[in-house]
Design a protein around this ligand. Structure first.
Ligand code: SF4
Length: 209
């Protein structure tokens, strides 16, 4: 089935989903959006106030920063797919509860299966630990992590970067690594030589960075 059609069907399902309590508090679902053929996917935690109001992911100040950083590496929003682990905004921006994560996870899994990106950039601690439970954002940001199912690249959340210049600097430096990582992943898949990766016990993968 066509990727676009699969994603549209998932979006329809999100709009009527009542698998957890969060739909009751939100103005709009935010299923995620972007290029169905994207090599690069961004995943954040959950919609914020602007996203809840519009039904679109990363459209507030953090979204503007994300777009500016994409531009710096020669990409634009239409090149990538952007979504969140949780599709309805938790009340008062509280952290998602474990049962809400479990209820919502299959949706993101299906979206990622449809898109099949080369690289998932996780935005912030929550999204990183969703893919890699042992992760520590201060230690692991800017490093490629190979999980059983995905290649993940954790970075600081743009909202954190807007609050803290240290995080902003780290976010920009990590973003600048993305084109090279994508190139190396493309080369690796073309050569079908996964043994060239030097995996260590932390789950991080050496990509010459
Ligand atoms: S947050 Fe996810 S699981 Fe909960 S109602 Fe929304 S789409 Fe369904």
């Amino acid at each position: 089935m066509d990727k676009k059609l699969v994603l549209e069907q998932i979006e329809k399902n999100v709009k009527v989903c009542k698998k957890c309590r969060l739909y009751k508090f939100a103005k709009n679902p935010v299923p995620g959006e972007g290029n169905p053929n994207a090599q690069l996917v961004f995943v954040g935690e959950a919609p914020g106030a602007t996203e809840d109001a519009t039904g679109k992911p990363f459209v507030g100040r953090a979204g503007k920063l994300l777009e500016a950083l994409l531009k710096e590496i020669g990409m634009q929003r239409s090149d990538v797919w952007i979504g969140n682990v949780i599709k309805h905004r938790p009340p008062q921006n509280r952290a998602p509860l474990e049962d809400e994560i479990v209820a919502c996870a299959p949706c993101l899994t299906l979206q990622l299966k449809a898109i099949s990106p080369k690289l998932i950039v996780t935005l912030g601690r929550f999204a990183m630990t969703y893919f890699y439970k042992e992760g520590k954002i201060t230690r692991d940001h800017g490093h490629v992590i190979k999980t059983p199912d995905y290649t993940v690249f954790p970075v600081y959340h743009p909202a954190a970067a807007l609050r803290n210049p240290v995080f902003a600097k780290a976010l920009r430096e990590d973003f600048n690594k993305i084109p090279r990582i994508l190139k190396e992943l493309s080369t690796q898949s073309a050569q079908r030589a996964p043994s060239s990766e030097t995996e260590d016990t932390s789950g991080q993968v050496g990509l010459g960075l």
